[in-house]
Design a protein. Structure first.
Length: 97
């Protein structure tokens, strides 16, 4: 009998893919330890081009791990707390076997 891939498995894989780069892991660690951060602040901290930072932020946002609010002329990014809690729960269950 063939087992179906569950929605839980698909969400876990999507989160894992979004987190599969050291810069994104760093961004998530930074945002999870504070309320929010402006993209300009991140570009001062990280030694990467702004366009590269934008791509990493886009990937994290599309996965639902962060959310951004435009406060012209800057964008404020925050961890998506609901999805971040789900990430911790899904990875915990997965790693526990």
């Amino acid at each position: 009998m063939r087992e179906e891939i569950s929605d839980r498995d698909k969400r876990l894989a999507r989160y894992a893919k979004a987190m599969a780069h050291p810069v994104r892991v760093y961004i998530l660690g930074l945002l999870s330890s504070q309320s929010c951060c402006y993209s300009g602040d991140l570009s001062e901290i990280l030694p990467i081009a702004k366009s590269t930072l934008s791509q990493h932020l886009k990937e994290l946002k599309e996965a639902g791990l962060i959310q951004g609010e435009i406060e012209a002329p800057r964008i404020r990014y925050c961890i998506n707390r609901d999805n971040w809690d789900e990430v911790k729960k899904l990875f915990g269950k997965f790693l526990a076997g």
